[in-house]
Design a protein around this ligand. Structure first.
Ligand SMILES: [Zn+2]
Length: 410
């Protein structure tokens, strides 16, 4: 889809452009068919024929090519049904044979996974560090170890076709340089190049909020929604926006830094240097700054704070109410600005949102435009803490879908 749109734009600019060759069309169709099987799971030839608008013999030729390349296999349907004639063969991704490596860098957690074609996490390695952020060198070392262990554990015939990492930082548009991560203190770090060198293969990097949005849009709560906002709670607040079915990137690739919307100019200082950013009002620190919380951060502490409020601890209730209020104010602003059909709460907000849903709704009802909230849905992330990891896997598979056969024959 991207390639076609780029071609259209280039065509506009240049006035004319060579028509795509038969080979270009075949490559696009192979990528589209493979991506469809990857997203939808096992799918019959008949469904592919109907869904892709191609004729039966073309679908047959494409699936044969993909089968010979070792990317899919075809099998008889488990339930052939009672219809007349031969049942349509089912096309299935070869998940164990074709995989990507996906990395997730959290402020206090590192994770790496082998994700098979079809989107299933086949194997994973993870380390928590409640003591605080990881340094760059330590992060690279750990992720390289994880990558080696995951590759070693894969079947001998398995093939890695890409790798990508989600980071809690702004990432330059070309996906290589990490510009700035306020909560991990990294700045102007050529993280993509360094991780590629450490892992021994190219690793593309992306912002964790953007990749969380991609993950939920592909396989989670936002499937089927062309206009969605994903809000990721960690120590800070990240976000990703899908507009018209596509990720909103911004001029530098750094759009959707929703945690740094200023909602309270007289508020607390933010690690970014400003005051009263949304994350200072709804991030973990806001929830855990109440009396008796001891200053510990992390998922367990967020759970404990929400539990205390549900048990009737007055201070915890008061703090949670304030956080819920600010959560609703920020969401209402995003709703007015972007008119999404769905807002998805991920990371630690999966714990906070259900406990404050009434307040969030009430704020939205008071503040958001009636037209914008009429069909608005508010949901927690289906993929849980792994939303950015799944998004990283989707990013890593992009090259395969651009040119499936060349990718596997090289
Ligand atoms: Zn800020």
């Amino acid at each position: 889809m991207d390639a076609r749109d780029t071609a259209e734009r280039n065509g506009d600019r240049e006035g004319m452009r060579a028509a795509p060759t038969q080979e270009d069309i075949r490559r696009q169709n192979l990528g589209a068919l493979l991506r469809r099987v990857h997203i939808l799971g096992p799918v019959s030839r008949a469904q592919l024929t109907a869904g892709m608008g191609l004729n039966r013999s073309t679908i047959g030729a494409l699936t044969t090519d993909l089968t010979e390349a070792g990317l899919v296999l075809e099998e008889q349907p488990r339930d052939p049904g009672g219809g007349r004639g031969r049942p349509s063969l089912v096309v299935r991704a070869r998940s164990q044979r074709v995989y990507v490596l996906a990395f997730g860098v959290g402020v206090d957690r590192l994770v790496a996974a082998r994700v098979g074609l079809g989107g299933a996490i086949l194997d994973r390695r993870e380390i928590q560090r409640p003591g605080g952020p990881f340094g760059v060198d330590e992060t690279l070392e750990r992720l390289a170890e994880f990558a080696a262990a995951l590759s070693e554990a894969a079947a001998p015939e398995a093939r890695c076709v890409g790798a990508a990492a989600a980071v809690p930082a702004m990432v330059a548009r070309d996906g290589g340089e990490l510009r700035y991560g306020p909560n991990i203190g990294w700045r102007a770090e050529p993280f993509g190049a360094r991780l590629s060198a450490a892992a021994g293969r190219e690793v593309v990097i992306g912002n964790d909020g953007d990749l969380g949005a991609l993950g939920e849009h592909t396989r989670g709560a936002a499937v089927g929604y062309d206009d969605a906002v994903y809000i990721h709670g960690d120590v800070g607040i990240g976000g990703g926006i899908i507009a018209g079915g596509r990720p909103l990137t911004g001029a530098d690739g750094c759009a959707a830094e929703i945690g740094h919307m200023v909602v309270n100019p007289d508020g607390r200082p933010c690690p970014c240097g400003s005051y009263g950013c949304w994350e200072t009002e709804i991030g973990e620190a806001a929830l855990l700054r109440g009396p008796g919380r001891g200053g510990t951060l992390g998922r367990d502490a967020v759970h404990a704070a929400v539990d205390a409020a549900s048990r009737g601890d007055k201070d915890a209730e008061e703090t949670l109410r304030t956080v819920g209020d600010w959560l609703g104010i920020g969401v209402a602003n995003l709703v007015n600005l972007l008119n999404p059909r769905i807002v998805v709460f991920g990371g630690t907000l999966r714990i906070v949102y259900p406990a404050t849903a009434a307040q969030v709704r009430s704020r939205i009802n008071r503040t958001a435009l009636a037209t914008h909230r009429e069909h608005l849905r508010l949901r927690t992330a289906v993929l849980g803490d792994d939303a950015p990891l799944h998004g990283a896997a989707e990013l890593a598979f992009t090259g395969l879908f651009d040119n499936p056969l060349e990718f596997t024959s090289s």
